[in-house]
Design a protein around this ligand. Structure first.
Ligand code: KG4
Ligand code: ZN
Length: 383
C-alpha cells in the first residue's frame, strides 16, 4: 500500500505468488534470507502494521510503522555500560532481556495498537553483538509465531540507510549514503529499496569507534561520541593539526586508526595524564582538533562518491551523524555542491526500532519474509 492511501482500503497479499515469482523454487531473497515456506496463505488486511525490534548493541528499541508511516518509537539507552567505559556485551544482553517486554509494550501503547492487530514483526539479525541480537531476534520470532504472523529478519546496516526514509522528505534513488556508526563506516550507492552497492568502507576503526577511543584517552567518559561533540563546541579546531587519512587520490576507503594513534602519540608527547586534574580548555581543543580531522575526511569522501556516481541526493546516517560539527559542515558543503542532503533527526541517528520497522514494511510489501530458522549473524554483510 502506498503512503498516503487511506487505511480503510482493503489489501490482499498473496504470499503464494512468491513461489511463482521465484520460478517455484524456495530461493533466498536479495538479503540471503530464505523465504517462509508458505504455499497458500492469503492475508486480508485493513492496513499493514509492522512492529520493528532493534537490539544489536546497547539500545533496546521497538517501533510501530503503519502503511509506511511511523506511529511510535520507544528506545531505552542502557546506562549500565557507563561505569565500564564501553559496551560490555554480556551486560548488554542482560539489559536487553530486562527491557525487551516493557519497550515493546511501550511502542504498542504509544501507537494505540494491540498486538493482535500486527501484520508482521521485523527484528535485526545482524551485524552486531551476537548475544544482544539473539535477544531481539528470538523475541521477535517467538512473538510472530505466537501471533501466527510473518517474521522478517532485517540487516542492521540496511536499516540505518532506511533511517532517512522514515519521514518525508525522502531521498530519491539513486543516492549515495554514508553510514557512520560505532561499528561501521560505509559509503553505499543506493539504487533502489533493496538494491545497493558498497563503494567503500573502513579498513580498520569505524568513525564512531575512533570518537569513543579518543574520549577514553582523554578520560572524559562514555559514550564518547556525544562527549567529544560537546567538548569540541568550546574548543579550537586548529589547536593541533592531526592527519587527515585520505589514502590514495579518489579512494572511497576509510582508515581512522592512524588518526586515533596520532592523538595518542600527541598526548604522550606532552606527558598528558588522564587521571590528573583536567584542563577543560585543553580537552576541548584536542576534541575539536580530532573531530575536525574526522569530519574533513568523511565529507571529502562523501562528496567524491557523489561526484563519481553523478547523484543529486546524498544521505548520512548512523550514530556519528548526530555529530553537530558534521551536520553543520554537511549543510554548508551540500549547498556549495548543489546536492540535496538527507540526515535523520537525532532520535533516528543512533540505533532505533523505527528504521527496522520501516525496512520490515517495505520487505513485507514485496513479500520478502523470513524463516523462523533465521539465526543471528554478527558479521552480516550489506549485500
Ligand atoms: O549507530 P549507533 O547507535 O550504533 C552502532 O550501530 O554502532 O552508533 C553509535 C556510535 C558510537 O560510537 C557513538 O559514540 C557515536 O555513534 N555517536 C557520536 C555522536 N552520537 C553518537 N559520535 C560523534 N558525535 C555524536 N554526537
Ligand atoms: Zn547501528
Amino acid at each position: 500500500m502506498q503512503r498516503g492511501m487511506t487505511n480503510d482500503r482493503t489489501e490482499c497479499l498473496c504470499l503464494s505468488t512468491l513461489d511463482n515469482l521465484n520460478g517455484g523454487r524456495q530461493t533466498g531473497t536479495n538479503s540471503g534470507v530464505p523465504l517462509h515456506n508458505v504455499s497458500i496463505l492469503v492475508i486480508i488486511m485493513q492496513s499493514m502494521i509492522i512492529l520493528g525490534i532493534e537490539t544489536s548493541c546497547d539500545e533496546t528499541s521497538a517501533a510501530v510503522v503503519q502503511d509506511g508511516i511511523l506511529r511510535s518509537n520507544a528506545t531505552a539507552v542502557q546506562l549500565v555500560h557507563s561505569e565500564h567505559g564501553g559496551v560490555v556485551p554480556e551486560l548488554a544482553s542482560r539489559a536487553h532481556q530486562r527491557l525487551m517486554v516493557p519497550i515493546v509494550e511501550d511502542a504498542l501503547r504509544k501507537a494505540s495498537v494491540d498486538k493482535k492487530e500486527l501484520t508482521a514483526i521485523a527484528a535485526v539479525y545482524g551485524p552486531g553483538l551476537i548475544g544482544s541480537i539473539l535477544v531481539g531476534l528470538s523475541f521477535g520470532k517467538a512473538m510472530a509465531q505466537g501471533l501466527g504472523i510473518p517474521f522478517i529478519g532485517v540487516n542492521h546496516m540496511e536499516a540505518h540507510i532506511f533511517s532517512n526514509m522514515i519521514e518525508d522528505p525522502k531521498p530519491s534513488f539513486p543516492f549515495v549514503n554514508l553510514t557512520v556508526s560505532g561499528g561501521h563506516t560505509q559509503l553505499v550507492l543506493v539504487k533502489d529499496y533493496f538494491s545497493c552497492e558498497l563503494l567503500g568502507e573502513t579498513m580498520d576503526d569505524a568513525a564512531g569507534e575512533a570518537f569513543d577511543k579518543v574520549a577514553k584517552m582523554l578520560g572524559v567518559g562514555y559514550p564518547g561520541g556525544p562527549l567529544i561533540d560537546k567538548l569540541a563546541a568550546k574548543g579550537n579546531a586548529k589547536a593541533v593539526k592531526f592527519p587527515r587519512p585520505y589514502l590514495e587520490e579518489g579512494s572511497l576507503q576509510f582508515s581512522f586508526s592512524g588518526l586515533k594513534t596520532s592523538v595518542l602519540y600527541y598526548l604522550r608527547s606532552i606527558g598528558f595524564d588522564r587521571t590528573a586534574g583536567m584542563n577543560e580548555q585543553f580537552l576541548s581543543d584536542i576534541a575539536a582538533s580530532f573531530q575536525a580531522a574526522a569530519v574533513d575526511v568523511l565529507i571529502d569522501k562523501l562528496l567524491t562518491a557523489a561526484k563519481k556516481y553523478g547523484v543529486r541526493d546524498i544521505a548520512v546516517c548512523g550514530g556519528v551523524s548526530a555529530n553537530s560539527e558534521l551536520r553543520r559542515r554537511l549543510e554548508t558543503e551540500s549547498k556549495i555542491h548543489h546536492l540535496r542532503l538527507f540526515i535523520p533527526k537525532l532520535d533516528f541517528c543512533t540505533d532505533n526500532g523505527a528504521m527496522v520497522a520501516q525496512v520490515g514494511y517495505e520487505r513485507m510489501r514485496k513479500g520478502f519474509v523470513s524463516s523462523l530458522e533465521l539465526t543471528a549473524e554478527p558479521d552480516l554483510q550489506l549485500n
